[in-house]
Each structure stands twice: as structure tokens, then as C-alpha cells.
Design a protein around this ligand. Structure first.
Ligand SMILES: *[C@@H]1O[C@H](CO)[C@@H](O)[C@H](O)[C@H]1NC(C)=O
Ligand SMILES: *[C@@H]1O[C@H](CO)[C@@H](O)[C@H](O)[C@H]1NC(C)=O
Ligand SMILES: *[C@@H]1O[C@H](CO)[C@@H](O)[C@H](O)[C@H]1NC(C)=O
Ligand SMILES: *[C@@H]1O[C@H](CO)[C@@H](O)[C@H](O)[C@H]1NC(C)=O
Ligand SMILES: *[C@@H]1O[C@H](CO)[C@@H](O)[C@H](O)[C@H]1NC(C)=O
Ligand SMILES: *[C@@H]1O[C@H](CO)[C@@H](O)[C@H](O)[C@H]1NC(C)=O
Length: 321
């Protein structure tokens, strides 16, 4: 993995990084977000699971509609929804994925369902259906856990809670789907202007993508960054044959989250978010699944649920009781 240097300069304002040079089959993408168990965050509200509204607003800003996939849905319900939607978006959050009782390790139902979804995504794509999986933060961790069949080696301690940093791009970027058509000025801003935000304790070391065949055969790293202790981590990767996207940076936060003072809200940070939202919309738009009619979609839309104004630690969240 070679990290390359960008020579492009940039202008301060009026930027638009959006690239429209893509083929789309479907201008009505609908995406599933798996809800996060409330065992840590919002555990006092009595809600069983939640979805931070920022992820929903972020996807909506790209022209994507959202249906919730509650993590406790049955496998049949998940199969049904995955036959109607155009991809899945696995989000960040904080939850205990495993517990040890009497020396025996148990997987949280949320971990089981996420791993099931990852394997289903692989199966669909291998059967010729283009079905993207995007994982942000814990959603990226869940992807790595599932691909390695829950190997301890998948994630390593990193000091990147509430952390802003610069990125370094790898030599896979020019031929990548995610950044292959990106405006070099955007990569320059991400590389040098300290606009990307991370908030996690467990990341991925570059060696995972060279030494572990289960990972190296599936994902290629696109960007790395140092954590607070100077440890190098892979923060953006994409699937080689399968449309997986995994980011430890949060493209949705600059426009929609205000509690942490570390989040950069300047115009370039917002434009980077727009780039990701419209890129993902185009990826989801390559899938042609449909609910068939509006009434059928409407039954499952996240807009049936109430959104709560909280500010801390998230501006708004959908709570599922
Ligand atoms: C965005 O924020 C970064 C870091 O504070 C700064 O270096 C950059 O110039 C800002 N860009 C704009 C367009 O304000
Ligand atoms: C909620 O989670 C926090 C953080 O893990 C913990 O300190 C607290 O005891 C939990 N509260 C309940 C009611 O479970
Ligand atoms: C998770 O999956 C494991 C093995 O596939 C199974 O033994 C366990 O019962 C499942 N746990 C839950 C909560 O579904
Ligand atoms: C990035 O910005 C944060 C927040 O202002 C600051 O703490 C950090 O030192 C900056 N890092 C770099 C590499 O400029
Ligand atoms: C919408 O689709 C559902 C499920 O396929 C079907 O049962 C229903 O009759 C359709 N409604 C209309 C108005 O076409
Ligand atoms: C899942 O949890 C919700 C509450 O969040 C509940 O209404 C629903 O019945 C549960 N579904 C299953 C299959 O357990």
C-alpha cells in the first residue's frame, strides 16, 4: 500500500465536488438502516433501539429514502426487506457486541443480524444483483467482524474518540469507485485541511489488508490516518468485487451534528458530505429492487416514526420502543 501525495491546490469557497459522471438505473433509491440497540446510549429512555436522524437526513440530502430494519426483526422480515430495498447503510453507535457468561462468549442479536446481512449482501452480489453495503464507524467494524468470521484480529485499539484529522490516500484511489472520479481539490482538502471527523476506539491496522486473506480478498484501503497516539489506521476502504464501502470518518456529521466542538462545519466539510451522499445515491441507484407501489413503500418508511430532539450526544434520533 503506497500513500500518494496530491499536488493540487484549492480555492476557499464556492466549491462543489459532486461528480455526475455515473450511470444510474433507478432514481428512486430506498435504503435500509439497521437500528442500534439502546443498551448504552439512550438506555434510560426505555427505547429498545434507535437510529440517529443525522444518517437519515444525510441520505435524504442525496435523494435516498430510508426504511428502518429493527435489529430484532426476524430473518424472514430482513429477507423480505432486502428484496425490496436497494442497499443497506450500517451506522455508527456504541453497543456491547459480545458478552461472556460462564466462560462462554455470546453474540448480541444485533451482531448476528448484521453478520447475516453482510453474508446476504455477498450472496446477492455473487448472484448478479448489484446490492451495496455502506458501513460507517460501527457499521464498518461490523463488516470487518463478519468478513473475518469474528476474528479478534479485525479491530485494534485506536485513540480516535472525538477526533479530527487529516487523511493520506493510497495508490488504489485513482482506480477506485469511491474516489476515482472525485475532484482532486476535494482529496486535497481531506488530506491537508483537517476536516474529517472520527469517533471510535477500535480501528483497523493496514496489515489486516495484506496479511488476512479474508480481508485482503474483499477490501482495498483507500485512506489512512494517524490516531492521537500516532498509530496508523485504515479509515476508508471499498470492496474489490462487491460494492462494500467502509468509513471510520463520519461524512454526515458536519451538516447535521452540533454537540461536539471538534466537528468541522465549514463549507468544504459540508461539501465532502454531499459528495458521499450523492455518490452513495448513485451506487444504490444501480440496484433496481422496488416496493412496487408507493403505498407499499409507505408502510415501511422511517417517516412513520417519531424523531426526538436531544442535542446530546446526537441532535435528533428515531427511538424505537
Ligand atoms: C475549513 O477548516 C479547515 C480547518 O479549520 C481550514 O484549514 C480550512 O481553510 C477551512 N476551509 C474553508 C473553506 O473555510
Ligand atoms: C446506561 O449506560 C451507561 C453507559 O454504559 C451506564 O453507565 C448506565 O448504568 C446505563 N443505565 C442503565 C439504566 O442501564
Ligand atoms: C448468534 O449466532 C450464534 C451462532 O451463529 C448463535 O449460537 C446464537 O444463539 C445467536 N445469538 C442470538 C442472540 O441470536
Ligand atoms: C485538527 O483540528 C483539531 C480540532 O481543532 C485539532 O485538535 C488538531 O490538532 C488538528 N489536527 C491537525 C493535524 O491539524
Ligand atoms: C401495492 O403493492 C402491494 C404489494 O405488492 C399490493 O398488495 C397492493 O395491491 C398494491 N396496491 C396498489 C394500489 O397497486
Ligand atoms: C422488535 O422490537 C420492537 C420494539 O422496538 C417490537 O415492537 C417488535 O415486536 C419486535 N419484533 C420482534 C420480531 O421481536
Amino acid at each position: 500500500m503506497i500513500v500518494f501525495i496530491l499536488f493540487f491546490s484549492t480555492f476557499a469557497s464556492g466549491l462543489s465536488f459532486t461528480n455526475y459522471n455515473f450511470k444510474r438505473k433507478n432514481n428512486f433509491p430506498v435504503v435500509g438502516i439497521v437500528s442500534t440497540p439502546c443498551d448504552d446510549t439512550f438506555n434510560t429512555t426505555g427505547a429498545r433501539s434507535y437510529i440517529a436522524a443525522s444518517y437519515v437526513k444525510f441520505l435524504e440530502s442525496g435523494g435516498i429514502r430510508v426504511v428502518p430494519i429493527l435489529y430484532n426483526y426476524t430473518y424472514e422480515e430482513i429477507d423480505f426487506l432486502m428484496s425490496k430495498i436497494n442497499g443497506v447503510y450500517l451506522i455508527g453507535g456504541k453497543t456491547k457486541l459480545t458478552s461472556v457468561i460462564d466462560g462462554q462468549e455470546y453474540w448480541h442479536e444485533y451482531l448476528n443480524k448484521s453478520a447475516y446481512i453482510v453474508n446476504k449482501v455477498i450472496e446477492k452480489n455473487r448472484n448478479g444483483e448489484y446490492f451495496p453495503y455502506v458501513g460507517v464507524c460501527m457499521g464498518a467494524q461490523l463488516l470487518h467482524i463478519a468478513l473475518t468470521e469474528h476474528c479478534e484480529c479485525a479491530m485494534q485499539y485506536t485513540d480516535a474518540l472525538n477526533f479530527r484529522s487529516n487523511l493520506m490516500f493510497t495508490d488504489s484511489v485513482p482506480k477506485s469507485r469511491l474516489f476515482g472520479n472525485a475532484d482532486p481539490r476535494m482529496l486535497y482538502e481531506m488530506a491537508y485541511k483537517n476536516i474529517t471527523y472520527q469517533n471510535h476506539k477500535y480501528g483497523f491496522y493496514p496489515s489486516l489488508y495484506t496479511d488476512n486473506p479474508k480481508v485482503s480478498s474483499m477490501l482495498r484501503p483507500l485512506a489512512v490516518s494517524y490516531d492521537r497516539l500516532g498509530v496508523l489506521n485504515v479509515v476508508i476502504s471499498e470492496g474489490i468485487d462487491i460494492p462494500f464501502y467502509a468509513t471510520m470518518i463520519h461524512p454526515e456529521k458536519p451538516a447535521y451534528e452540533w454537540f461536539s466542538l471538534k466537528i468541522n462545519h465549514n463549507i468544504t466539510a459540508i461539501e465532502v458530505g454531499h459528495y458521499f451522499a450523492t455518490f452513495y445515491a448513485t451506487e444504490f441507484g444501480k440496484n433496481t429492487n422496488t416496493f412496487g407501489n408507493y403505498t407499499e413503500y409507505q408502510k415501511y418508511s422511517i417517516l412513520n416514526h417519531q424523531v426526538y430532539y436531544l442535542h446530546r450526544p446526537l441532535e435528533q434520533a428515531y427511538l424505537f420502543f
